[in-house]
Design a protein around this ligand. Structure first.
Ligand SMILES: Nc1ncnc2c1ncn2[C@@H]1O[C@H](COP(=O)(O)OP(=O)(O)O)[C@@H](O)[C@H]1O
Ligand SMILES: O=c1ccn([C@@H]2O[C@H](COP(=O)(O)OP(=O)(O)O)[C@@H](O)[C@H]2O)c(=O)[nH]1
Ligand SMILES: [Mg+2]
Length: 248
């Protein structure tokens, strides 16, 4: 069963230099009461009809993030951004960013930002990111906001190992040695990020054991509730957040 730690209140990060700030400064007092942002400066995230509604999808390697994201896309019309896929594409394109070195957070965030800015949707699943505190902080500084919520697939290690070893996607990192390293990274670096958002009441924790359809039956009511809150106008624009953000 899934549970959410506390009520959700998407807080915009107070950092004034953020992209959103440049855009939102144009927000009129009246605009703060509506769910649609006035069309501010050209380009950038804030020039879209609405603020991006962002869900981080986290969990260990093989916990089922990609599989469940595909089902959420199909059922609820989100855009699925897999940070791992974006990085693999970079490496394949042999760009400066991907030549075998460990990509710094800022570059991963910019890959994600580019996808958000070029999409005509405003609901995004960011799959497999952030993977550490440094990732999380870079996202907040560059994008200028926190995620609206976080979906965490909780899966026992032996089940994750079994699934990754039978995942025949031709990935060079799907072997027993690398999976063990990735599991160590997950518990050392990813779990503190999940703890951070749990303390902010933003995490929906889902038991990832069971068939993909059984797991999705836990995911479905979460997104039904979230979609209801978005259409009620609460999630995309919370006046108090904007007032604090706008008046500071
Ligand atoms: N609930 C499940 N039960 C069994 N196998 C699953 C389940 N969910 C996903 N898989 C399979 O396990 C592998 C890893 O799933 P994936 O969605 O890629 O996980 P992640 O993106 O978290 O690494 C894939 O081969 C996928 O088909
Ligand atoms: O923001 C990210 C996302 C992924 N990765 C790297 O890309 C690999 C594959 O990530 P992906 O999410 O595709 O793996 P999965 O959890 O789906 O097996 C990870 O092990 C990381 O080493 C990274 O460095 N930063
Ligand atoms: Mg994946």
């Amino acid at each position: 069963m899934w549970r959410r730690a506390a009520s959700l209140s998407p807080l915009l990060s107070p950092s004034k230099s953020s992209l959103l700030h440049q855009g939102l400064c144009r927000l009129t007092f009246w605009g703060a009461f509506t769910t649609d942002i006035m069309h501010p400066a050209k380009g950038g995230i804030a020039s879209k009809e609405k603020l991006p509604f962002i869900t981080f999808v986290l969990g260990g390697p093989g916990s089922g993030k990609g599989t469940q994201c595909a089902k959420i896309v199909e059922t609820f019309g989100y855009i699925h951004l897999s940070a791992g896929d974006l990085l693999r594409k970079e490496i394949a394109s042999n760009s400066e960013n991907g030549k075998g070195k460990i990509v710094p957070s800022g570059i991963t965030v910019k890959l994600i930002q580019k996808e958000i800015e070029s999409s005509d949707n405003y609901k995004f699943l960011i799959d497999g990111f952030p993977r550490c505190e440094e990732n999380r902080i870079a996202f907040e500084q560059i994008i200028g906001m926190e995620p609206n919520n976080v979906l965490f697939f909780d899966c026992p290690e032996d089940e994750m190992v079994k699934r990754v070893l039978s995942r025949n996607e031709g990935r060079v990192d799907d072997n027993i040695d690398t999976i063990k390293k990735r599991l160590k990274v997950f518990s050392a670096l990813n779990l503190p990020v999940i703890k951070h958002y749990t303390e902010k009441g933003k995490v929906y924790k889902v038991n990832a054991v069971g068939s993909a359809d059984e797991v999705f039956e836990q995911v479905r009511p979460i997104f039904t509730e979230v979609c209801n809150r978005i259409s009620a106008g609460f999630e995309v624009c919370d006046y108090n957040n904007f007032k604090r953000f706008w008046m500071d």
